[in-house]
Design a protein around this ligand. Sequence first.
Ligand SMILES: Nc1nc2c(ncn2[C@@H]2O[C@H](COP(=O)(O)OP(=O)(O)OP(=O)(O)O)[C@@H](O)[C@H]2O)c(=O)[nH]1
Ligand SMILES: [Mg+2]
Length: 418
Amino acid sequence: MLTFQTLAQRLWPSTSYRVPFLGLDFTGKTTLLYYIQSEADVITPYPTMGMNIESLPLHFAKGNVSITGFDIGGGCGGPRFAGQLARFYLPTSAAVIWVVDSSDKTRLSESVEEFEHIMDFLQRSQRSEMPVVLLAHKSDLTNPIPLDELRRMFWPHCKTHPFAIFPTTCRRPYKESGVPVVLAWLYSQIQAAELLGQHSSEETSTETQEQNVKEMTTYSGSTNKLARRLEDFLIRAESDSSPEVFLQQFRELNLPAWDHYTHIRLAYVILTTYGRQKGKNMIFDGLQHYIANSKQTTSRAFHVTMTYFWIQLVHFGIRSSAATSSHQPPPNSDSSTTLTSMSDASTLVDTPGAVPPSTPSTDDFFRFLLINPYVVDSNLWTDYYSKDVMMSPKAKEEMVLPDKQPLPSLLVRDTIRR
Ligand SMILES: Nc1nc2c(ncn2[C@@H]2O[C@H](COP(=O)(O)OP(=O)(O)OP(=O)(O)O)[C@@H](O)[C@H]2O)c(=O)[nH]1
Ligand SMILES: [Mg+2]
């Protein structure tokens, strides 16, 4: 049976120490991650969808250490879902960074509540010795919550952990930001844990793993639909046909199902194999062809705006997971090419002697889903479009822009990633 923790270990082998950046949305987790990486302030103008995973090589007088920062966004499914996602990584993490927006007293008790859930989980995963650092972030703003008050509220929930609170800001020069002190503390804690042999246990009992899966889908007794759907997607992906067979089934109007999972996998496989420009046209042409000719889709109609929406979201996700993917997109994959259709696609794949573009592996699709779990939510479009706009005849026939908020921008993300 697939267990999430085994999967996480397979996809991100522990060559460096995993440190998740957790906390409520809008607290500054992403800004901090890239601030640590570049030692300079960066602009993060939109909430994180899914995760940012970055390698952070840290240098100290006493030695060097490599940390992999997992910034788990509150921009998808809310803090509860982010907390559930964190459970994939927590049992094998070296430490936890909990970020509080110290300028926002109104959300303090919400932050404590989420923190308590995470600490309970660590307790049950037998990781009650894991170092926890609380960042009283945005300390540049006026009237920050006093550190004593933060200690009073958070400390009772993590008494068994090495624990420290530091004020931090990304709005000052790096050396004055408080961040170097945090990293030095983390380094000393990781070294100490290493000496005591606490972090060496990568193995987790089957019982604990099964508990983690249960934790992933159940939260305080209430079932989380998104987490369940993610689990369904991962289980399906594990036993699914190869990407080559899957594309063949698409061309032959013979897919095993015509549902949200199938659409996401189709978009993923085609966009990673052929790049955005070519892949987008292939998806448009291929879907129209399929809907017009397959018995599976007799009552369906092609929807231009919906198709464009999912292409944009899946492509955004592919670019987000690119840093951790083993699959290399084709050269010039994003450059402009002439219109390509599904019949061109079969030519590309089947021409004798031609070198076919390589398709991504199953692991790459797992990785994509884990980093971008929001794609499992078939109602995600409602965050961007009102029902009236999306269901209008105009939106069905041509691309209509969202009326609620702009779609996540690759340009912005790439500026941040530089
Ligand atoms: N004043 C101030 N603002 C900051 C600081 N760090 C981040 N911000 C701002 O806080 C806002 C939220 O930052 P993000 O990094 O997107 O927050 P996040 O925790 O990643 O949010 P989600 O992705 O929604 O979970 C942005 O407007 C940042 O520019 C800081 O040190 N000082
Ligand atoms: Mg973020």
